[in-house]
Design a protein around this ligand. Structure first.
Ligand code: DGL
Length: 256
């Protein structure tokens, strides 16, 4: 296989990173992709940083064994806990992470009031705390940890009364005082329709997947790794839980 035809590796704690993979396929349909979801060890967002680093390293090894040319950490939690370590350990391979899309939300309008939904670990980590300090003087920012939300997506429960009740309880105390919601976990875009329904049409929703896909393209071009021929690429999905249902759910989510 020529250098540029090698696949791009993507990993997440589970199936959430498929929301990023979709944007990447949309932007660069010619590329070959290998997706690895670590659902057997999910969630990451309630684990310690040390555990997340150990698991991220195992995901990285899986992808490197498939001869990937670049790696996208399609998980805000794993990015905040392990991106720096992975880049130090693998300086020769482009590693692109994702972070909550706070900047576009802040730039959207003056003095806006923003709720950031993410895992407890993402919100706690220094990476996000720095981002928060940069913007909290210009906007009112409410951090909402959402333990339990990614599990709905992992189960394929993307709507219904239980999910609506869970999200209502989480969001209702903030709805009267926010203009925007940032989805700071790659699982959450799959429940965005329910979040929108609860939040109403005046609250704008932001997510980081498109920005991450654009950054990947920029890094591939910069490194001379962008696939040259324009034939449609392939997508291979793997998961640590080995369950055919999980793979089928990922396939379904790619096409919705
Ligand atoms: N998808 C992951 C993220 O973007 C987190 C889910 C988890 O807790 O494992 O943060």
């Amino acid at each position: 296989m020529t250098n540029t035809n090698r696949p791009i590796g993507i990993f997440d704690s589970g199936i959430g990173g498929v929301s990023v993979l979709k944007e990447m396929i949309q932007l660069m349909p010619e590329e070959n992709y290998i997706y690895y979801g670590d659902s057997a060890n999910a969630p990451y967002g309630t684990k310690t940083a040390e555990e997340i680093r150990r698991l991220s390293l195992a995901c990285m090894h899986f992808l490197l064994n498939h001869d990937v040319k670049a790696v996208v950490i399609a998980c805000n939690t794993a990015t905040s806990a392990s991106a720096e370590m992975l880049r130090l350990q693998y300086p020769d391979i482009p590693i692109i992470g994702i972070e909550p899309a706070l900047k576009p939300a802040v730039l959207w309008k003056e003095h806006d009031r923003i709720a950031v939904l993410a895992t407890p670990m993402t919100l706690k980590q220094e990476k996000f705390q720095k981002l928060l300090h940069t913007y909290e003087t210009t906007s009112d920012i409410y951090c909402i940890p959402c333990p339990g939300l990614m599990e709905f997506v992992e189960r394929g429960e993307l709507n219904g009364p239980r999910l609506t009740a869970f999200l209502k309880e989480l969001l209702t105390p903030y709805l009267h005082k926010i203009d925007a919601i940032v989805l700071g976990c790659t699982h959450y875009p799959f429940v965005a329709p329910v979040i929108s329904e609860i939040a109403g049409p005046d609250i704008k929703i932001f997510q980081g997947s498109y920005g991450t896909a654009k950054e990947l393209k920029r890094r591939l071009l910069e490194a001379g790794l962008k696939k040259e021929d324009t034939t449609k690429g392939t997508v291979q999905i793997y998961n640590s839980n080995q369950s055919p249902e999980t793979i089928a759910l990922c396939d379904r989510l790619i096409h919705t």
